[in-house]
Design a protein around this ligand. Structure first.
Ligand SMILES: C[S@@+](CC[C@H](N)C(=O)[O-])C[C@H]1O[C@@H](n2cnc3c(N)ncnc32)[C@H](O)[C@@H]1O
Length: 472
């Protein structure tokens, strides 16, 4: 190789390296620009999206100074009146803010009632400490979606202007939580929209942080019944002129917790208005009461416990007191029914198969039978069995009064073998179980993933199984 060729190849190599360096530089600069733009775009999206906790943390700093926030209105008197009637011992306010309602209620009632307030905004709670002063009740930082209290901890739960600020994808879970911790009553007071109809999801977006919900639907989905509902019409001039023009003014609602199981809430929409219903194992008649009062149904029941039956008689046309396994008792019933309801009852019987066969006679030609049964293959029971445990409990899947146990497959078999064709199947899930808790730290509480998992593995996550069937 001559020195000339060596020189050419060095020059060629150098020019190629230079070109490569230029191309690389160009690519790196482009990538950096794109990344920064993308990041900025993302930032803008995040900022413009309603993040409830961040929003209330910020607004909480000055909320107490906002005009009208410290005011007391018609609905406050109404609330006080309800509290005097219900005489609750333990009251929880969800989303208590700086403590306006707590201070009002506490100063007007005797010392026998214990109050507690929760809010997820620390700045609000900080204001509440000062505003409530000496009388500061226990206050806790908690999200309405995951309340740190056991089931039925409070006789009464108060919610004032909070759910209207909870986004649509979370509002059902929030109602569920309120219902879970309430022993008997909830008072809810929310601003609503007067101009528009809710969309098919039951919501109208009023602005970026305010939503008007179809509360009747929301409550029914959660097994809550409206005991009293008032639209505030007779407010002072301010509310009527300034707000009512655009929004309905706050609507106080007294809710009564009627259904012990969430699965019952799923059964409500399955019964058509005006149906003739036979409620087998009707207990105190909470389901029948709903159907009679809210859906103009004619309801009869069968119940072995005479005390429970006497309560149910207030709402039912007939209640037969006795065991549904008693053939003579069933033969004494001759009415045809549009719906025969066996909600959480067949698992208490020795021969549910025979009872199902006998009930066929009572179902009208177009009628349906609705059956709910606990799923013994739920992951909590499997996990306990893996550890060698099968301990009966006071209620739930291993209720000590259960005689029979079913999986989805054996429940289907039971119904079909009794001469029915299954039209639909769904299942309820209890609140967030231990297995699901880690998912709560994901964005939006891992809602979508949880829904996917629950839907994908009903035999593991289904708690109460609900079938609608007709005679074959
Ligand atoms: C309009 S303020 C009403 C405050 C108070 N209830 C009143 O009537 O004066 C709404 C309150 O709900 C709280 N809040 C909103 N979403 C919440 C959630 N998911 N969990 C707990 N508090 C929430 C906010 O922090 C705020 O204090």
């Amino acid at each position: 190789m001559t020195s000339h060729t060596r020189f050419i190849s060095m020059g060629w190599l150098f020019s190629r390296l230079l070109l490569l360096a230029l191309v690389l530089r160009f690519l790196v600069v482009r990538m950096a620009v794109n990344l920064t733009h993308g990041f900025r775009r993302k930032m803008v999206n995040i900022e413009s999206k309603y993040n409830p906790q961040r929003y209330w943390e910020q607004r909480g700093q000055t909320f107490i100074q906002e005009e009208y926030q410290r005011g007391l209105y018609w609905q406050h008197d109404w609330m006080l009146d309800k509290l005097r009637t219900c005489q609750p011992e333990h009251v929880l306010e969800i989303g208590c803010g700086f403590g306006r309602n707590l201070r009002f209620l506490q100063s007007h009632l005797d010392g026998k009632t214990h109050y507690c307030g929760v809010d997820f905004s620390l700045s609000m709670l900080f204001q509440a400490q000062t505003y409530l002063g000496e009388s500061a009740q226990p206050l806790a930082a908690a999200d309405a979606l995951h309340l740190p209290f056991a089931d039925g901890s409070f006789d009464l739960v108060v919610i004032h202007g909070v759910f209207m600020h909870i986004p649509p994808e979370q509002v059902l879970a929030a109602t569920r939580e309120a219902r879970r911790v309430a022993r008997k009553h909830i008072i809810q007071c929310e601003q609503n929209y007067s101009g528009l109809q809710p969309n098919s999801q039951g919501v109208v977006k009023i602005n970026d942080v305010t939503f008007a919900y179809d509360y009747a639907r929301l409550f029914a989905q959660n097994g809550l019944i409206v005991a009293e509902h008032r639209s505030v019409k007779d407010l002072d001039a301010f509310l009527l002129t300034k707000r009512a023009a655009k929004y309905d003014v706050p609507e106080p609602i007294l809710l009564e917790k009627l259904f012990p199981e969430f699965s019952h809430a799923l059964i409500l929409p399955l019964v058509v208005v005006g149906s003739r219903v036979l409620d087998v194992g009707c207990a105190t008649g909470y389901l029948g009461r709903y159907f009679a009062e809210q859906k103009a149904c004619i309801v009869d029941g069968v119940e072995p416990d005479p005390e429970a039956a006497s309560v149910a008689k207030q709402f039912y046309r007939n209640v037969w007191v006795g065991n549904v396994e008693n053939q003579e008792l069933l033969e004494g019933i001759s009415n045809p029914y549009d719906v025969v309801l066996c909600a959480a009852v067949l698992e208490h019987l020795a021969r549910p198969d025979l009872v199902l066969k006998r009930l066929r006679r009572l179902i009208s030609p177009d009628g349906r039978i609705i059956i709910s049964l606990p799923n013994i293959a739920h992951w909590t029971v499997r996990w306990a069995l893996l550890r060698g445990r099968f301990d009966y409990e006071e209620y739930g899947l291993l209720d000590r009064t259960h005689l029979r146990f079913f999986t989805i497959r054996t429940a289907r078999q039971l119904i079909e073998d009794a001469g029915y064709h299954i039209d639909s199947f769904q299942f309820s899930t209890p609140g967030v179980t231990e297995l699901e808790k880690p998912l709560l730290s994901l964005p939006r509480g891992g809602y979508r993933l949880r829904r996917f998992l629950l839907g994908r593995f009903p035999e593991l996550f289904g708690y109460e199984l609900i079938f609608v069937a007709r005679k074959q």
